[in-house]
Design a protein around this ligand. Sequence first.
Ligand SMILES: [Zn+2]
Ligand SMILES: [Zn+2]
Length: 465
Amino acid sequence: MMAVLVFTDQVCGRTDHRPLREGQKAPGIAAPNLTSHVTSATKGAQKDYARLKWSQLSTHEKAKFSPGSDLKDSFSTCWSHLQQEEEEVLERLCSDLSVGKEPRAVLFYKEEGNKRFGRKQYTAAAVLYSKGISHGIPGTEELALCFANRSAVLFHLGHYSACLEDIDRAQENGYPQRLLSKILQRQESCLQKLKQCDTSNTKSHKTERNQEKVTENPLLPNASRSLKLKFSTSKGRHLVASEDIAQGELLICEEAYVTVIIPDRETFTKKSTWDLSVSLCDLYCHHCLQRAAAPIPCPHCSIAKYCTSQCMDQAWSYYHCIECSLGGLLLNFGVFCHTALRTILLTGFRQVSEVLSHETSDPVQAPIHPYPGDYRSIFSLLSHSGHHKGEHLFLCALTSAALCKKLDIGRLSSMGTAPPTDESMSLQDNVQILGSAVLLHLLQLHCNAQAVTVLHDEKYEGKYY
Ligand SMILES: [Zn+2]
Ligand SMILES: [Zn+2]
């Protein structure tokens, strides 16, 4: 089962392009584990590092994490508290994970793929070649050979357009001249097959979008006119039925504001042998979430994979240019932290800065009509910070501060298209805004995020090895 964490700006919703099992929660998502990274980092030395850090705070400092505290104060306290020692802990955490390229893994997965190919287990072989490709360093013969081998599998699976693309990639990455005739022959056969088919079979899935529409609501885009947006101080923004709702009636259909595929962290822990298991993270595009028959990896890390180069380019320009080098850290901090950061990156730092500077720190407000569905809608979701325990708030603030330590604030500040609010803002001001926003979203995600699960595709389930 794959899980995607989505952050929607409305009270409830669903993405419209994945098969869902309604009401199902993904394992490990319902109860976010924000402390595991801290405790695991201190095995043998301190059993509960976070608790210790909390116990070391003075009464005055602890007051910064009492119910209803200003999140900016909570963040600032952790930011100033984050000393050299904590930075070393972060370094150690990341050193346990392998998120970069690993040429030996390319050879390993290629060999395993070859074994499946020999047994005519083409789907399994394609997955293994893809795993190898994700570890390949651009411009190396190992990567070129892996692309070429995957092209052979794709040919047998009838994915002729994808096969041609892999043949091109094999050549771009330095496919050896001595073997060139092999792939050129395959290229020719592919072109002939495509002529016969007269259709491209690789992009067809892109058009298979759910066309289901909700009845139009003039005040609430993407929601049924059977719904009304209400507000209360205890529940925040919420929806109520304004008329009888028929069984099975579609109430909301909208794209999520932000989505993050929940990774299988174990896959990235350093092991003496590589893992043959298939995580659905290996099978779906990390940008558009479509099934990717022949995923293209990020050229710099082994985590992110995409269905097309367009998705890869978009992801890079919107968020992965920042996230890529943080790979290990984000895996350790967990998917809530990752989603909080991506929310800011997708919005653009300048817009985040503008909203945070002009809105109150307590984002309780009456609903705006018509409902805008933009970043202000995300910002105004209740974080219920008054209900979080001080220690928990401290952990979230510490996570936010640690993330900010590793971010290139200068680069972040230049992202986004809205005009800068104030040119005179210092680096410290920007850190404060970024950290407070991450902290706010971390808290909001506890009560607003939705884990969308998708069952294994029946066509593929159990047929890898
Ligand atoms: Zn995609
Ligand atoms: Zn990357």
